[in-house]
Design a protein around this ligand. Structure first.
Ligand code: PHB
Ligand code: FE
Length: 324
């Protein structure tokens, strides 16, 4: 495990610098600069902060979170690799790639500090570009409410008594500008006497029309390891997600174009255009990034079984759900 030491002084732009293990992070008015023993990398501040926000709030997510083609994290559920160039064919060939393993809590604490210090008052890293201010410029205040947001997680299925994840005007979730036409009628439920607390239904489209963020799946139902994680999407998924298991997408409205690349090298494998009603399985050996020209609704269906990554990595389970 590597050590963390974070700077408490600020640079001429007002931002703190951070060091963890062999990696160091600095930001200026436009860019984030990452250094490691064999190289250095520069990223636009908005791209970095939006990816960092997801990595933090998703607890390093499933498998690999690539911030871009060079930098990212791989989750081992308890400990985490932070890497540069590890999943990039050119860096690998030049032997300039680098990765270090950190305890989950150590890297999470460092990432949370970076996110809190580098996110300015006007910027919400979860918002779509047209619904937030600028991340650029010298340090200007902070946005603790935005950066401390966690994934919406229904205690029970959305709509069942005891659930706190219902989105409504009363809960402070107005309809999004792009979903003005979405019918808000809730289904009528006629439960047998005695089952009124057990039987429920809700209007998922109405629920999603009130999502205040983009590219942030919320869990609306759990059936053993099967998680339904619908989300609303606009502009570009801020991470390039490298799966460690098969993942299903059901396009519920509008359209998303997915760029699908080889998980190890980044070589382009497919462009998948998903229109409303389309369903696709993303294999376990790819990475993907979605482009949504208009705010759209997507159902991400995850199998959360902890045994899956090892079964797939060892070849005992296939990387695709079905072979034709
Ligand atoms: C994914 O990586 O599969 C993913 C992540 C966030 C989303 C949608 C899909 O909002
Ligand atoms: Fe994914």
């Amino acid at each position: 495990m590597s050590s963390t030491e974070t700077g408490t002084t600020t640079n001429e732009h007002g931002y703190r610098s951070f060091v963890i293990g062999g990696f160091s992070f600095e930001r200026d008015e436009h860019f984030v600069h990452i250094h490691w023993p064999t190289g250095r990398h520069v990223m636009a501040a908005d791209v970095f902060l939006k990816a960092l926000m997801r990595d933090v709030s998703w607890n390093f997510f499933y498998g690999i979170v690539n911030f871009d083609a060079v930098f990212g994290t791989m989750n081992h559920y308890g400990n985490v690799d932070m890497f540069a160039g590890r999943y990039n064919a050119a860096y690998r060939k030049a032997e300039l790639d680098h990765q270090e393993n950190f305890g989950h809590d150590d890297l999470m604490a460092c990432f949370k500090e970076i996110l809190a210090d580098w996110t300015n008052a006007d910027f919400d890293p979860f918002a779509s570009p047209q619904e937030t201010g600028t991340p650029f410029g010298p340090k200007k205040g902070d946005n603790q409410t935005a950066v401390n947001r966690t994934r919406v997680l229904a205690n029970r299925m959305v709509g069942v008594p005891g659930d706190e994840a219902t989105r409504s005007d009363e809960n402070g979730f107005p309809k999004n500008r792009m979903f003005a036409d979405v019918d808000q009628t809730e289904p009528a439920v006629h439960a047998e006497p005695g089952y009124e607390q057990e039987v429920a239904a809700f209007n998922l489209f109405a629920y999603l029309s009130r999502s205040d963020v983009t590219w942030n799946p919320s869990v609306v139902s759990v059936c053993r390891e099967s998680l339904y994680c619908p989300t609303t999407e606009e502009f570009i998924l801020p991470v390039i997600h490298g799966n460690d298991r098969v993942e299903w997408f059901v396009q519920l409205s509008d359209e998303i174009t997915w760029k699908v690349e080889d998980r190890e090298t980044g070589a382009m494998r497919a462009t998948v255009v998903m229109k409303a009603g389309d369903c696709a399985a993303m294999p376990a050996d790819i990475r993907h990034q979605g482009y949504s020209p208009k705010r759209s609704m997507l159902l991400v269906w995850e199998n959360a079984a902890a045994s899956l990554p090892d079964l797939i990595a060892s070849g005992q389970a296939p990387t695709v759900p079905v072979s034709f």
